[in-house]
Design a protein around this ligand. Structure first.
Ligand code: ADP
Ligand code: MG
Length: 284
């Protein structure tokens, strides 16, 4: 089943001139058909301004389509009576963990979401414990979030979303402000949630190492989905990706340069290990 289904979804921002009159529409998402299978890990790539964040904000109805429709877990996001259910089905994690953590103690912070949803107190604490354990932050339950590292804070923010038991989590560049260790922690956490808890993940990122293990990669440019497929399929098109001003994994780039020099390597090599194996085959 597709947990997310967008049809011809478009979104316009309106820019108003100085006297507050002449409105000019900026089309940020343009006629997007989006299908995400329940349980998948989907990575979304695209240069700055390609519409990724605007699309992401539709998934928990922060924004509503200007045209077209979006269904989340079978619910039309335009249906106001379903707003709470939609927000419960799809949680969002943003770039800056400081803007997402409101509690002064870690476990309190994680409990806010379920509390707002009206979950009974006993169950709130069960959820807090399970969520903090799932992100590896249970030992820090009595700490002040201020004292945590960026990666730890982001894991607490993720626990806060997990505590609401969403079927799907959308993460908009959650590692952009983190150091390499923090990035690894957070991505590992998200991968575990996907593998063990079967949470559907949509991850917007610029880091290729976070993309190569995804089930599906979606590439956006100028508000449109311009490529989609498995990482292998998408990264087989190095020139096309370059035309969208995107990076490719390092091993993919090395393989591509070798191909151009006449080395008969297959397309879509994603890791150095794979590259080594392919080179080994050529020597045999
Ligand atoms: N609040 C806003 N008001 C007007 N235009 C916006 C606003 N937010 C984004 N945009 C424009 O919409 C387009 C898509 O932006 P965005 O969704 O943030 O892209 P991305 O996340 O891929 O960088 C860009 O042209 C951007 O300038
Ligand atoms: Mg963005």
């Amino acid at each position: 089943m597709n947990i997310i289904k967008g049809r011809k979804l478009s979104y316009d921002y309106f820019r108003v001139d100085e006297d507050g009159k002449e409105e000019e529409a900026v089309r940020a998402v343009d006629q997007v058909d989006l299908d995400v299978k329940e349980g998948d890990f989907v990575a979304i790539l695209g240069h700055n301004g390609s519409g990724k964040s605007t699309l992401a904000k539709h998934i928990n109805a922060i924004l509503l389509p200007t045209e077209g429709t979006l269904y989340v877990d079978g619910k039309d996001t335009k249906d106001e009576s379903k707003l709470w259910e939609i927000r419960q089905s799809a949680g969002m994690v943003f770039q800056n963990p400081d803007n997402q953590i409101i509690g002064t103690i870690v476990d309190e912070d994680v409990g806010f979401g379920p509390e707002n949803m009206g979950v009974p107190t006993k169950e709130i604490w069960e959820r807090v414990e399970k969520s903090l354990k799932a992100v590896g932050m249970w030992e820090y339950r009595s700490h002040s979030p201020n004292k945590l590292s960026g990666g730890q804070k982001q894991r607490v923010a993720i626990a806060g979303v997990v505590a609401m038991r969403p079927k799907c989590i959308v993460l908009d560049e959650p590692t952009a402000m983190l150091d390499p260790n923090g990035r690894k922690e957070v991505i590992h956490t998200v991968q575990e949630l996907n593998r063990k808890e079967h949470v559907t993940v949509l991850l917007i990122t610029h880091y290729m190492e976070e993309v190569i293990e995804a089930d599906k990669v979606i590439v956006m440019d100028q508000g449109k989905i311009v490529m989609q497929g498995t990482p292998k399929e998408v990264f087989s098109h190095v020139e096309e990706l370059k035309s969208y001003r995107l990076d490719v994994p390092q091993a993919t780039l090395v393989a591509y340069e070798l191909q151009k020099k006449g080395v008969p390597l297959p397309d879509g090599i994603l890791s150095m290990k794979e590259l080594e194996q392919e080179l080994e085959k050529l020597r045999a």
